[in-house]
Design a protein around this ligand. Structure first.
Ligand code: HEM
Length: 225
């Protein structure tokens, strides 16, 4: 997905599509509590805690849509959001700054993001603020109807493989430099593998297994084994 930002531009790392990843709502957003009139008579969020973010569907159904023909697609885009650029994903003003990922900021670290992609459909459901939330269970999706059920949810990655993906995602931030902590030095080369190295190794291992199997078959038929 390293899509170009245009001729001469740096890659943007997005596929420019829109999808509903099945994220739970983020109850910490003040918007859910803004259901009463302010001193000027304006109510920011009439639905209060029942608010469902319509995403791209809301844009297509609303007055900002520049092409009325697209309005017919509004329903199928409810709860879908544009895939943002992954460039500078890990950029923060200071080391202890907590990032907020996805349209509603529900996920707070790249580990949480990857763990969500990996386990959304595997771990049990739980209520928001459950002690295991985001680690051993996930709250229900905000908008299940249009949820992407094909490309994520059960990636079958181990914890270590999740960490490798996180390490790769960090490299997408400008001026990235590998961590120099003592832990990294203690660990072996495999900690510094990129996702590509990881995939290459898997392919290599699969190829040698197939190759050995063929050699065995040849050996048997020529009477060598
Ligand atoms: C393991 C593979 C993937 C990784 C590591 C990944 C990584 C990420 C990250 C880090 C974000 C948060 C960006 C931000 O908030 O600034 C994100 C958002 C997003 N990604 Fe992925 N992604 C993956 C697969 C996919 C797939 C298969 C799709 C389907 C088209 C997808 C669509 C999206 C969308 C739509 C968002 C924004 C969602 C929202 O705001 O609700 N991603 N991705």
């Amino acid at each position: 997905m390293p899509q170009s930002g245009g001729p001469g531009e740096e890659p943007l790392f997005t596929d420019f599509t829109a999808s509903n990843l099945g994220l739970p709502p983020n109850p910490a957003l003040p918007f859910y509590k803004e259901s009463t009139r302010d001193p000027f008579g304006y109510t920011a969020s009439p639905d209060g805690p029942k608010f469902l973010d319509p995403g791209v569907g809301g844009f297509l159904a609303g007055p900002q849509n520049p092409n009325r023909e697209w309005a017919t697609m509004a329903k199928s885009f409810l709860g879908k959001f544009k895939t943002p650029t992954l460039r500078n994903l890990d950029k923060r003003p200071r080391a202890e700054f907590v990032k907020a990922y996805m349209h509603n900021g529900y996920l707070k670290s790249l580990k949480e993001v990857v763990h969500f992609y990996n386990t959304r459909d595997v771990l049990p459901r739980c209520k928001p603020a459950d002690p295991g939330e985001k680690v051993t269970c996930w709250p229900a999706p905000e908008n299940p109807e249009t949820m992407n059920r094909k490309q994520l949810g059960d990636l079958k990655l181990s914890d270590k493989q999740e960490d490798l993906l996180v390490a790769f995602l960090k490299t997408l931030t400008d001026a990235y430099s590998p961590p120099k902590s003592s832990q990294t030095r203690r660990h072996t080369r495999s900690d510094r593998l990129t996702v590509h190295d990881f995939v290459d190794r898997r392919l290599h291992r699969a190829r040698s297994t197939r190759c050995n199997a063929r050699k065995k078959v040849r050996g048997i038929s020529s009477g060598r084994l």
